[in-house]
Design a protein around this ligand. Structure first.
Ligand SMILES: [Zn+2]
Length: 565
């Protein structure tokens, strides 16, 4: 087993370490103070540690830092992010660990000769060259993060350092604990919110409740804007950057839907309980914690409970938000549940209704007139042959079809609805242009077939969600991923595409992600929607940590989110 594999080669104490690199190397070899731990073995140890104590606990035990290995393979990098070197050494009963190998765990060489050991026998870790760049800053985290860094220098390493610094700050840790302690209350809040109906375009009752909660939590100046968004502002010490953190008020359920929450064996059932009552509850828990723990950020934060996220709401809430607030530098939406899934791609969609119209007539007596259903059929035949790229994923479908009045009548009218989606605005627009041309061509062909000009098509845009992608190496995405890996035991984060409030920010070139509110659930957009509060507090904890990394904490860290202005 991994623990045994390294124990033999480790010394708990030894003579004083020589100071010159060459002497150190000889000393290391002779004393066997270090053992060469091959990468696969080391990975097993990392996994063992991660499973044993979890990342957050490792930090509590005084871990000096996390180690990303930015130039190594994905698997190694991810695992290394979870590892706390001090905890590993401690678990191994070791004073030093020297990961050595090619690949993720680089050669041990002079350049990595360890510094003077500390006088006490506390475990200490040294690392290979691929990691040196990372550990160095971790050890000097405080001085680095308080130094100013320009936007162009916000790297994964900087974000690691900032995260590490925040996680060693007592107030931040107290805030994370407070969120955990707030778990049961947050669930009650989630149930309360779920039971206030919020049908599309009719979110106002829920909106008024959210406004009253914002005010009770100390945000006296919270307002409902003209569109229906509930907005609270929290000033930072520098007033820049400005980050929005939001969840949506609306559900897909029409007026009159029974929204009573029913509990069975720890599972809560109600339409909208997860989407997005959980996001709103997480947002409120986060706001409460910031105020009660008196955490002062450097950048400004806007808390938003948005309207019109679902379906034909077409993101009307965030459209108004970004129209009225041109100075937003970053956007986070809490929507969905899974914390390890980060939505950094906004799938855009355009939806159309097409209404084909013609003269209509008796199928036998007036044979020779063009038909609306035939024109529609021609259009579908053309559309179904369209080719779209697999990457960026671009899709289309004719969703519904209706038309005609009788089996023995030439149809006077036929309708269809079409959904087109893409992760790229350019591809979406290309697809749209071709598809609309085909509908018009179909009309021309049907008219030509019967020597007529009577068939027409009316084309209505019924859905418009812009597309956008935020690069995985953008500070906002990196900060989110880093918070997730620090707070959970998941081996990696998943980057995904979805259609959420973040789409709008992404389409404007403003970095945005959608993150989960915590817990488990399913049957989205159905009356059987369910929610199970398993480790639900990790949702708001993750949102808090991500937010603090991005906005900076006064006297502790600088903001990581670049200001756009
Ligand atoms: Zn949602």
């Amino acid at each position: 087993m991994p623990e045994q594999a390294i124990r033999g080669g480790m010394a708990r104490s030894g003579p004083k370490m020589p100071t010159t690199p060459n002497n150190r190397r000889t000393y290391i070899r002779r004393t066997k103070l270090f053992k060469v731990v091959p990468a696969p073995e080391l990975l097993s140890i990392i996994v063992a540690v991660r499973n044993k104590i979890g990342m957050l606990e490792a930090f509590r035990k005084g871990c000096p830092g996390l180690l990303p290995t930015p130039h190594s393979g994905h698997k190694h990098r991810t695992l290394a992010r979870f590892c706390c070197w001090r905890a590993i050494a401690s678990l191994a009963g070791a004073r030093y660990l020297a990961p050595v190998n090619s690949g993720a765990f680089a050669r041990f060489s002079e350049a990595e000769a360890p510094p003077e050991p500390r006088p006490q026998s506390s475990p200490r870790v040294i690392i290979g060259d691929a990691m040196r760049r990372s550990l160095g800053p971790c050890l000097f985290a405080a001085s680095l993060t308080l130094a100013s860094f320009g936007t162009s220098h916000v790297t994964a390493q900087t974000i690691d350092t900032v995260t590490t610094t925040l996680l060693s700050d007592s107030r931040v840790m107290a805030a994370l604990d407070a969120i955990k302690a707030d778990d049961a209350r947050a669930l009650k809040e989630q149930i309360r919110i779920t039971e206030i109906p919020a049908p599309p375009f009719k979110e106002n009752v829920r909106g008024n409740y959210i406004l009253s909660r914002f005010q009770e939590l100390g945000f006296k100046d919270a307002v409902i804007d003209a569109e229906g968004n509930v907005i609270a502002r929290r000033k930072g010490t520098a007033g820049t950057p400005k980050l929005v953190i939001s969840a949506h008020q609306d559900t897909v359920f029409p007026e009159g839907t029974d929204v009573t929450v029913k509990e069975k064996d720890g599972v809560y059932l109600a339409p909208g309980i997860g989407d997005d009552a959980r996001g709103l509850a997480a947002l409120l828990s986060l706001m409460q914690t910031l105020n009660t723990q008196q955490i002062s950020t450097v950048g400004d934060i806007m808390f938003v409970a948005s309207v019109g996220e679902e379906e034909l709401g077409n993101l009307r809430g965030v459209k108004a938000l970004f129209r009225d607030n041109k100075d937003i530098d970053g956007f986070i939406s809490i929507d969905g549940l899974g914390v390890t899934r980060i939505v950094n791609q906004g799938t855009g969609s355009h939806r159309y209704e097409m209404i084909f119209k013609g003269p209509g007539g008796h199928s036998f007596q007036e044979f020779g007139l063009p038909s609306a259903t035939h024109a529609l059929g021609r259009a579908i035949a053309k559309i179904s042959e369209l080719q779209t790229p697999a990457e960026p994923k671009t899709t289309f479908t004719v969703g519904t079809v209706s038309g005609g009045t009788s089996v023995n009548a030439i149809a006077a009218e036929a309708r269809m609805t079409i959904d087109m989606r893409s992760n790229s605005t350019e591809e979406l627009l290309k697809l749209e242009a071709r598809l609309l041309d085909q509908a018009k061509d179909a009309v021309g062909e049907e008219n030509k077939r019967w020597g007529s000009d009577k068939i027409t098509v009316e084309i209505k845009l019924i859905g418009d969600r812009p597309a956008g992608v935020v690069a995985e190496d953008s500070p906002l995405v990196q900060a989110t991923a880093r918070a997730v890996t620090a707070l959970t035991r998941a081996p990696h984060v998943t980057f995904a595409g979805s259609s959420t409030d973040s789409n709008l920010a992404m389409s404007l070139g403003i970095p945005a992600v959608t993150i989960g509110g915590g817990g488990q659930g399913g049957n989205w957009h159905s009356r059987n929607e369910w929610y199970k509060p398993v480790d639900a507090y990790i949702g708001p904890q993750n949102a808090l940590l991500t937010m603090l990394v991005l906005t900076g904490v006064e006297g502790v860290t600088k903001p990581v989110l670049p200001a756009r202005h």
